[in-house]
Every structure is written in structure tokens, then in C-alpha cells.
Design a binder for this molecule. Sequence first.
Ligand SMILES: C[S@@+](CC[C@H](N)C(=O)[O-])C[C@H]1O[C@@H](n2cnc3c(N)ncnc32)[C@H](O)[C@@H]1O
Length: 316
Amino acid sequence: MDYRHRPAKNIERLFIVDMARRLTVAFPGDYQYIGFGAFEFIDFQLVHRALSIDRMFSIERDPIERAEFNKPFRSIKIVAADSGDAIRDGLIELDRPTILWFDYTDKLNHSILADAVEVARNVPAPSFVIFTFNGQPRMSSPMDDGGRVIADRRVEAMKQDIGEERLPSDLTDEDLSARGFARIQKRVFDSEFLGALVARHDSPSWFQVLNLQYRDGALMQTIGGFCLPAGTKGADIRRMLRGLDFFRAGDDFVDLRVPVITPRERMRLDQKLPRRVPNPPTLPGVVEDDITAYREVYRYLHFAGLQSAVETTWTD
Ligand SMILES: C[S@@+](CC[C@H](N)C(=O)[O-])C[C@H]1O[C@@H](n2cnc3c(N)ncnc32)[C@H](O)[C@@H]1O
């Protein structure tokens, strides 16, 4: 498997496993994993081996012959359905502690929001819920000769995708540029998911633990959290996740970026890490942002199977 093509996604999987491990230690149980394994099952491989979970369901809406052929463990059940139907029709059962990762490639849309509501209504406590979707802003709107926007193309598209009633009435195309698009998507997702969760009779506690953006090609965003028994305290969660520097409970996100660093540069940096402020390492001609980004990911590059300096040289 060639991990070089998607270094950020590989690191994302490791973040998820690190968090899941803390959860399953603090809240032991008979966990299952529900995800979209595609036909590579990279997340399933990791969860099975790192967390010893073998009750696994992979939901797939595309034809499943290739997935059936490639599934790495007999205990993986492939559910041939759209994710929403899989939950609504009871093809997967949320009857035990669950790690659920719905790893879409689409931007936030009506059907992802419907899934979010369905999951929020049914997911048991304790569980770890993770949603990934595309956070790449659309192309900017056409302008007239004076530089004025002719039609708010981004706003219009977003209204189509998720419904005008869910969006702020004063939203502009400018708000949906750069990281603004992902910020608005998160706001809509949170409101829908939490709205369904708070309506439950068993009043579970929700703790967002992941808020991540990364780019192997398009910008992707991931939001994850723990659904825990009523009354679980925030201080206990913070203690449980102590030392995980990618833990994010609010709107500030981890900007996961794997910089292009040559083998020689990587060897030099590795000798000096970890070194935090006030004296971060420097390299001739390499911008500080790249060194900062490298410092944040270098441990995970190793665990992602990118062990030698040569292996970690890539371009987008
Ligand atoms: C991004 S891949 C999953 C990658 C995997 N999580 C990993 O870590 O390597 C998404 C897969 O889920 C399928 N998929 C996407 N949206 C889906 C949906 N709403 N219902 C069912 N399958 C879906 C796609 O066909 C594709 O095979």
C-alpha cells in the first residue's frame, strides 16, 4: 500500500485510533466499528489491529464485488446500502458501544445531514462518532467589469445542498471563500447533530474531541466526538485526552498539513525534535510554517508507515 499518496489522511486515521484507544480504556465495552471501508479497508485494518475490534460493518453504496474480494478479515460484514438506509432500515444495529466513522467525499448535503440526525438519535453511550466531508470552497462567482459579484454562486449552491432555512440570511459568497466554507458547514452540521442529540430521553453527554482540516487534494474536514452517559464531566474527558495535541473541543481546528521536506532536511529536523519554542529548529531556505507543520506531524509520519526520510518526500 502506498501511503505517500495520502499522507494527511493516514495521519487522520492515527488521530482517530489514538482517541478511540483512550475512550475504550476509560469506558470499556464490547465495541463495534462501523465505517466506509471502500475496497481498500485501510481504516478497518487499523481499527482491527490497534483496538482489537473485530465486529465490523462496512457500508458501501457502490457495487460490492471488489470490496467482498478484498476484505481483509472474515468478521467484516459489508452492508450494500446507502448509509442513511443502512441505519433507518436496521441493516446495522446501534445496540452496543460503537466507533462510527462516516467518511464521505461529498460536501455537506441533505443526505449527510439526515445521516447525522439518524446517528445522533440512535448512537449508544459510550460511542465515538466521526464525520468527514469535503470542505473545499466552490469556484468564486462571476464578476462584472467593476469587480462586483453578478450572482452569489456559492451561496446559491449551498442553499441547494443544505437548505436555505439552515443558513444565515446575510450569508455572502465572500463568507464561503477559503476556510469560511468549512466553518459554515461545521456550524450547520453541529446544529443539526446536537439538535437531534439533545432531544433524546436518555440525555447523553456529547463532547467534541476532533475538529480537523487537511488536504491531500481537496480540502476535507472532520468533526468527531464522544457520546457518553448522562452526567459525564468535561474535566474527566480533558484528563482522559491529556497529551493528545490534536484534541479540539471548539471551533478552532487542527490544520493538518504535511509539508514537502527533503530527506536531508528531514534527518536534520529529526535530530532536533521535539523542540518547542523559544528555539525551534531552522533550515536554510525552508519557511517557518513548513517547519512548524513538520513538527506537528513528524511522529505520525513514522506510525503511518513513512519510516525513512526518502519515503516522506512527495509533492501534491
Ligand atoms: C473516502 S472512502 C472511505 C475511506 C476509508 N474510510 C479509509 O479510511 O480509507 C468512501 C467510501 O464510502 C462510500 N460511500 C460514500 N458515501 C456513502 C454513503 N452515503 N453511503 C454508503 N457508502 C458511501 C464510497 O463509495 C467509498 O467507497
